[in-house]
Write a protein that binds this ligand. Structure first.
Ligand SMILES: Nc1ncnc2c1ncn2[C@@H]1O[C@H](COP(=O)(O)OP(=O)(O)OP(=O)(O)O)[C@@H](O)[C@H]1O
Ligand SMILES: [Mg+2]
Length: 327
């Protein structure tokens, strides 16, 4: 059974098409990612699926219920962690959880047990009785996630669950999310603009841009679209001679020459570097620089859109500038 079904879903805001005829299904127990840049339409999609926003057209169903016609049934079966923090800062962590569990009808001993269990899972046990206003950003996120699943929803929506957190905290949160999925078989739909996050967590990813899904598959299959790893070499001497020699190697799937560099598309690049050096030495051409680039979902995004997912990300662009062949 599908946990989520989306058909031709569209949402306009005064002429702006924020979500543009998207269709996808999420299987029960899957971790499904919506990966895309700012303004792509991720939150709008989530808000429709959570029944907070009406679609302009199209159809969506969550846990078997229509998000427009059966709002209440949908709400009973989902948990949501919003992009913006939505905790009560004047309460303790435990009180936030208690309150939420109460709203969902958990009573007495059952509620107490559940609160303890989720506190343990996100490792906030020691901080449970501290006011949330004193929590760090990472602790608040963990508490939000705990709150999102305390009532055992069939489907959990996480809108940018690790936004703005440091790499270490982010990894931790990824582990909690995996654990939830594994332990409770919870279907999880997550939005992110961190490609590592989508890559690490998701069984399948839909890459979304300008309200449209431009590619959808497992992270590995998406990366496979690019055809392999890219080894870049710089040569002192006769580039053409090396190029001709490399073109005869069956393990090199593609070659590109640009400025003083050669880009070679290969599989298992790290295993091919020694072979490459041997070859060049044999024909007397000196390699002065060599680098290996393994494709990421970022490269997949660039492949489809011609843009980097986060243009403002300086470091990545410098790296990409050197490998300008990709665009
Ligand atoms: N209530 C609204 N009224 C008008 N326009 C809106 C509204 N909500 C969203 N939009 C527009 O719809 C588009 C998609 O926004 P959305 O919040 O879904 O993007 P997003 O992918 O979640 O982006 P981010 O990564 O920044 O969270 C944007 O152009 C946004 O300005
Ligand atoms: Mg958003």
């Amino acid at each position: 059974m599908y946990a989520i079904r989306v058909e031709n879903l569209t949402r306009e805001f005064e002429g702006l098409v924020a979500v543009d005829h998207i269709s996808f299904n999420v299987e029960s127990g899957e971790i499904f990612g919506l990966l895309g840049p700012n303004g792509a339409g991720k939150t709008t999609t989530i808000n429709i699926l959570c029944t907070l926003l009406k679609p302009t057209s199209g159809y969506a169903e969550v846990a078997g219920f229509d998000v427009v016609e059966e709002k209440d049934r949908v709400r009973e079966n989902i948990g949501v962690v919003f992009q913006e923090l939505a905790l009560d800062e004047k309460l303790t962590g435990r009180e936030n959880l208690e309150f939420h569990a109460m709203m969902y009808g958990l009573r007495g001993e059952e509620r107490r047990k559940k609160v303890e269990e989720v506190l343990g899972l996100v490792e906030l046990y020691d901080k449970a009785d501290m006011l949330v206003e004193k929590y760090s950003g990472g602790m608040k996120r963990r508490l939000e996630i705990a709150r999102g699943f305390i009532h055992n929803p069939q489907v959990l929506f996480l809108d940018e669950p690790t936004l703005g957190l440091d790499a270490q905290t982010r990894r931790h949160i990824w582990d909690y999310i995996k654990e939830l999925n594994r332990k409770y078989g919870m279907t999880i739909i997550i939005t992110t603009h961190y490609m590592e996050e989508a890559d690490y967590l998701c069984d399948r990813v839909a890459i979304i841009d300008n309200g449209k899904i431009i590619a959808m598959d497992t992270p590995q299959r998406l990366k496979d679209i690019l055809g392999g790893d890219v080894i870049t070499v710089e040569v002192e001497g006769d580039v053409e001679r090396l190029l001709q020699c490399l073109k005869r190697q069956e393990w090199i799937k593609d070659t590109k020459r640009r400025d003083g560099f050669l880009d070679l598309t290969v599989e298992k690049g790290e295993r091919r570097i020694p072979e490459l050096i041997n070859l060049s030495q044999k024909i007397g051409v000196n390699i002065s620089y060599i680098s290996l680039h393994k494709p990421s979902l970022e490269d997949v995004f660039i492949h489809f859109t011609g843009r980097s997912i986060r243009e403002e990300e300086g470091e990545k662009n410098i790296r990409r500038g050197r490998k300008g062949f990709r665009r």
